[in-house]
Design a protein around this ligand. Structure first.
Ligand code: CAA
Length: 383
């Protein structure tokens, strides 16, 4: 029985910053952000939108009454959690109208959380093929104004529906996971922004890809030639390319060119959104599938997930006949095109204007799922 990804959609908040303008404001050569980092735009969220509303707005695009009834597990992967105890998945379970006999929980391991959720979903579906599992990766990636990480921020969510007999990507049991206790990026409890060792994080990412790939090659006797495309966790679009290039030196030219071309197709949306943390790998997969005209049913796709701290996983899937009919390219493009560009002054104002949950008050936002009121330390959402 095949098990895997049946539906995929993403949401990004309605504002963005132009990266050349941000570079100018920070006294940096724009080509550092545009070419060196590889970002053209960066998503920014207003205080009336948080990881719950990103997630709900992403998931509503793939839910039908029939799917809502079949979902018996909702898992949220996030590293921007709103509560030390209560899982955002429980709030989403209500907002999304899921059936009461559903398991709901949140997973944390930096940007790796949603991948852990997907592996749990795959095992659950093998035992309960009649059910559906909703995994949502949702984050607000904030490093602070004028910080080293500022050009690698972003915000939004990816919703992934998993089922038996999936219509987009069947996942295989070929998977290699690597855990290493390293402080490249971490956020002690209570801290608003992460602590980051930029060079160590880049190096650990590249090493993790090399180690998981080498182990994968050995364990499953496969090579790069077996793959139509590889998707990477994309903290900024240059990062995955650096890891890929480091492994392509001994690969034949056709294979190397193919993987590099597919890589470019996988970063189309990330270039305009920035880092989604847990959702970045899956935004890359959506981008690849919605941008590439070279892929076909049966093609093997490799996915490299990396969560600082660190856990990495390389796993694989193959495309299902007719997968392209289940993509949401038009609505995704339209969501990005409708966003409003912020001046750098407005971005800085919005960035500092954070939600104060200690003050009771009402809020207004035209987005379908957004914060409507804060009362007694509880966020209330408009449905
Ligand atoms: N024109 C073209 N390129 C230029 C340039 C110019 N004028 N000026 C600089 N560059 C290039 C540099 O050569 C460099 O390219 P290479 O990496 O290929 O050498 C690139 O632009 C970046 O320059 P720096 O390394 O000098 O940039 P920096 O010191 O400002 O730091 C960063 C960059 C480490 C990514 C920093 O933004 C950061 O710390 N970001 C957050 C951490 C992060 O995203 N790490 C990624 C791995 S961790 C992970 O994946 C998990 C996660 O999501 C956080």
């Amino acid at each position: 029985m095949l098990v895997g990804i049946d539906q995929l959609s993403f949401y990004a908040p309605p504002f963005y910053v132009d990266m050349a303008e941000l570079a100018d404001a920070r006294g940096v050569d724009p080509n550092k952000y545009l070419i060196g980092i590889g970002q053209t735009q960066m998503s920014v969220a207003p205080k009336t939108q948080d990881i719950v509303t990103f997630a709900a707005n992403a998931a509503k695009q793939i839910l039908t009454p029939e799917i809502q009834k079949k979902i018996d597990m909702i898992i949220v992967g996030t590293e921007s959690s709103l509560d030390e105890s209560k899982a955002s998945a429980v709030v989403l379970h209500r907002l999304l109208g899921l059936n009461p006999f559903t398991r709901a929980f949140e997973i944390k391991q930096a940007c790796y959380g949603a991948t852990a959720g997907i592996q749990i979903a795959v095992n659950h579906l093998a035992a309960h093929p009649e059910s559906n599992v909703l995994v949502i990766a949702t984050d607000n990636a904030r490093y602070g104004l004028n910080s080293g990480g500022e050009p690698t921020q972003g915000a939004g969510a990816v919703a992934i529906l998993l089922s038996a007999n999936p219509r987009i990507l069947a996942l295989t049991d070929e998977t290699v996971t690597l855990t290493q206790d390293i402080y490249d990026f971490w956020r002690p409890t209570g801290n608003l922004y992460p602590e980051v060792d930029g060079p160590l994080s880049n190096q650990t990412y590249i090493d993790s890809f090399q180690k998981t790939w080498d182990e994968y090659e050995k364990r499953y006797t496969k090579t790069f030639t077996d793959f139509a495309a590889l998707c990477f966790h994309v903290p900024y679009t240059k990062m995955g390319k650096k890891a890929l290039l480091a492994k392509l030196a001994d690969v034949d030219a056709d294979t190397a060119n193919r993987l590099l071309q597919r890589y470019e197709e996988s970063i189309h949306y990330s270039k305009r959104i920035g880092n989604l943390y847990t959702g970045s790998l899956y935004l890359g997969l959506i981008s690849l599938l919605e941008t590439s005209v070279s892929l076909k049913a049966g093609d093997k796709i490799g996915l490299f997930s990396y969560g600082s701290g660190s856990v990495a996983e390389f796993f694989t899937g193959h495309l299902i006949e007719g997968y392209e009919k289940h993509l949401k390219k038009e609505s995704h493009e339209s969501l990005l095109n409708k966003r409003k560009k912020l001046s750098i002054t407005d971005y800085e104002h919005l960035f500092n204007d954070t939600l104060d949950i200690s003050h009771n008050r009402f809020y207004q936002d035209s987005q379908i799922f957004s914060i409507s009121e804060v009362k007694d330390l509880i966020r209330h959402y408009k449905q």
